[in-house]
Ligand binder design. Structure first.
Ligand code: ARG
Ligand code: ASP
Length: 716
């Protein structure tokens, strides 16, 4: 009997251990308490203080939040940072013109003077973070509802104000575990960040959307920037007098390469995960949310693809739009497959059964948590139709077509115009003009009107009639898709640059008034106003109730799991993930090795396929096997996979070896593991990393910018 219990315990512990290996995006300040022993057991040679320390330079001082949603890391004592090509993409594109097409040809500053400033781009260093839950919850015990929310908001404001030190720092308090805890994050923000180098897209985006989210991968997804500071090494807005920033810490770069099984760690800014959802939420994502969004984007992408194939100019105009539409579209499909394969809904139900058992074992728990799971059941079933309406509205009306997005801007403008002062009106014009220039540059009427007709029809067919405005229903039922193009779309001032400029040449009362009768603006208004008044309020209210309930559920989970380290869902704050360099089995009978090489690039090489057209210079370097100190003998490594738990926002993150050296730059995840935002599978969730040796090889041998390596600390 005893033996049997021990055996069961052993099996249970065993599965638990396996199930949680390598999962997690951990808080840098809690590594010492929760993770460091395990990390060291897995091979890490340094200490928790080497990663995060407020009194001495530590790794956190070499990592930045790059722009609004990526990560970057310092690789020299002169402010040099490396991030992904797709993270620097906007900056690279903004400097590109027909004469200087840096996206196509790459860009390399050959001296500091040639580096290019990027207005609007900022990097943030985490100065410190701390648990401020006690202060946030101070004097709240007797409050509930709106009064509680107001007090919490007030407490947060005062903490932020104090920590900002009269504006020298940016201070934000963020909820963790759905508001069961709050942490303060204090940042130093640098805004003079200059472009130093970027490979051509045929390297930096090699494989394009075809290979996106997939292994094997061969993308040289990196770009280089430099942070500038004033003479006191402090943040300053752009000035030619600024000097390269001297960081407290930068990563030595490893030339030593990687072996299967090596310890590896990722420091970065993961954006958003939902690991603690109840079964109903996961079931809804699987049965409704993901399939709806995939269906809508399927339709849009098929039209874009056909048009892009037809005309190279349309390809240029729509390639960025195609990429951003296809990125999430592809991920959702992988996510569904992964959740089904994991039997995720059942796993959640099993967990909930365990939770209920724990709750029912104690009357005080019943009082506190007894309602939580049944409440999810009710709330999620109420939410489902609203989520559907909201998804269709977002995907079609808000971001489905060019013309409706432009109409949206003018709808807001026209509504606000009367209340704006002359000065305010003038101030707003340059930004609007810049936006319009970008808009027309990448606009193709024939393409957009096809998308418009197809998506609006889908809206009419799929959205519950009670969530569609009457006027819209009548209009669509009376028009064929071709009519939608000729009688609505082409009659709009937003359909054609020349007409638009003639009609809207001047922004004034008279011209804006004319918009009232514009058929596309009228259509947009009808859809928007109906959504904003008839759908959104209830949708938001239900979501708030779900969030409240999720907070309670999370609190229960934390209590039940006491002792077992839990990581809070990603919220775009600095986290540490650790695991191993390792391949995986994507399917029965199939094994993926953990690294890819330049040989694979040459195998994919095909001048007729846009995504696989290898630059001649790279072909030559390959033929000569001219890999210098970066190759493994005759072979040039390109990417590798590891079992670090990452998500969107981790792009550009440093991938670190056991000794704290940079071995790669994170940029993606494997197809079979994209459900890791909802449920992590240690067997199949892998992050995809650019091998740093390939980046160095491209900088030195391909671009001839080897001078940049002089400022790095290369470790053999
Ligand atoms: N899948 C990667 C991440 O989510 C890379 C996206 C950029 N590349 C692309 N082909 N769209 O963001
Ligand atoms: N490619 C993602 C990013 O841009 C990373 C990921 O989702 O794994 O952040």
């Amino acid at each position: 009997m005893i033996k049997k219990t021990i055996l069961i315990m052993w099996v249970l512990l065993g599965t638990l251990k396996i199930a949680f290996a390598h999962e997690g995006m951990w808080l840098p300040t809690l590594l010492k308490k929760y993770n460091i022993a395990d990390m060291q057991k897995q091979g890490f040679k340094l200490t928790a203080q080497d990663i995060y320390n407020v009194n001495h330079a530590s790794m956190k001082d070499a990592v930045v939040l790059f722009g609004s949603g990526c990560t970057g890391e310092l690789i020299s004592g002169q402010g040099l940072i490396i991030t992904n090509h797709h993270c620097g993409y906007d900056a690279i594109q903004s400097h590109s013109s027909l004469e200087h097409d840096y996206l196509t040809n790459g860009f390399w500053a050959m001296s500091n003077q040639e580096e290019l400033p990027n207005p609007g781009l900022a990097v943030r260093f985490l100065d410190r973070m701390e648990d401020v839950s006690a202060r946030v919850f101070a004097d709240t015990a007797h409050l509930s509802g709106d009064a509680l929310a107001a007090r919490i908001a007030e407490n947060i404001r005062s903490i932020e104000k104090e920590a900002s030190d009269s504006g020298s720092f940016e201070a934000t308090v963020k909820p963790l575990f759905y508001g069961n805890q709050y942490f303060l994050y204090v940042y130093q923000v640098f805004t003079d960040v200059r472009l130093v180098g970027a490979p051509p897209s045929a390297i930096g985006k090699f494989g394009g959307d075809t290979d996106n989210w997939m292994w094997p991968r061969h993308t040289g997804d990196f770009s280089l920037f430099r942070i500038y500071a004033n003479k006191d090494n402090k943040p300053a807005s752009y000035s030619p007098d600024n000097v390269p920033y001297k960081p407290k810490k930068f990563f030595p770069v490893s030339l030593g390469g990687i072996q299967e099984g090596d310890f590896t760690m990722v420091l970065g800014y993961p954006g958003r995960t939902s690991e603690y959802l109840p079964s109903q939420a996961v079931a809804q994502i699987l049965a409704q949310g993901d399939p709806d969004k995939v269906k809508i984007r399927d339709l849009k992408l098929s039209i874009l693809a056909e048009q892009m194939k037809r005309d190279p100019l349309i390809r240029i105009k729509y390639s960025a739009k195609y990429a951003s539409t296809s990125n999430a579209w592809k991920k959702w499909q992988g996510e569904m497959k992964g959740l089904i394969r994991l039997n995720a809904v059942q796993m959640k139900k099993d967990y909930e059964a365990r939770f209920s058992q724990w709750v029912n074992a104690d009357p005080s728990r019943v009082a506190q948590y007894g309602n939580t799971l049944p409440r999810f059941e009710t709330l999620y079933s109420q939410l489902a139709p609203y989520t559907k309406a909201a998804d269709y509205y977002q995907e079609i009306v808000q971001r489905g077509t060019d013309i409706l997005s432009l109409a949206a801007i003018f709808d807001t403008l026209e509504k606000r115009w009367p209340s704006l002062s002359t000065a305010e009106r003038e101030k707003m014009k340059p930004a609007l003009l810049a936006h319009l220039n970008e808009y027309w540059k990448d606009f193709d009427q024939a393409t957009d009107e096809k998308v418009f007709a197809a998506l609006l029809n889908l809206y009419h067919n799929d959205v519950d009639p009670k969530f569609q405005p009457e006027g819209f229903k009548k209009l669509i039922s009376s028009l064929s898709p071709t009519d939608l193009q000729t009688k609505i779309y082409r009659k709009s001032v937003f359909a054609n640059q020349a007409v638009f400029e003639k009609t809207m040449g001047q922004l004034n009362d008279q011209n804006l008034k004319k918009l009232a009768s514009d058929p596309v603006l009228k259509l947009y208004r009808d859809l928007h106003d109906f959504y904003a008044t008839q759908v959104e309020p209830m949708f938001m209210q239900l979501q708030q109730q779900i969030e409240q309930n999720q907070k309670t559920y999370m609190g229960g989970i934390m209590e039940m799991e006491q002792g077992r380290p839990l990581f809070p869902d990603a919220n775009k704050t600095l986290r540490v993930a650790y695991g191993k360099v390792e391949g995986y089995h994507p399917a029965d009978g199939v094994t993926y090795t953990y690294y890819s090489t330049l040989n694979g690039i040459m195998e994919k090489d095909n001048p007729d396929v846009y995504d696989y057209n290898v630059p001649q210079k790279l072909r030559d370097l390959f033929a000569q096997k001219d890999f210098g100190q970066y190759g493994m003998g005759n072979v040039m490594p390109v990417c590798f996979t590891a079992s670090n738990h990452t998500t969107g926002g981790n792009s550009g993150s440093p991938v670190i070896d056991a000794n704290g050296n940079l071995i790669g730059v994170n940029f993606d995840r494997c197809w079979e593991g994209t459900m890791s935002d909802i449920m992590f599978d240690p067997d199949r969730c892998r992050n995809i990393v650019l091998d740093i040796r390939y980046a160095l090889f491209i900088i030195d041998k391909f671009a001839g910018a080897g001078y940049l390596l002089n400022e790095m600390e290369l470790k053999k």
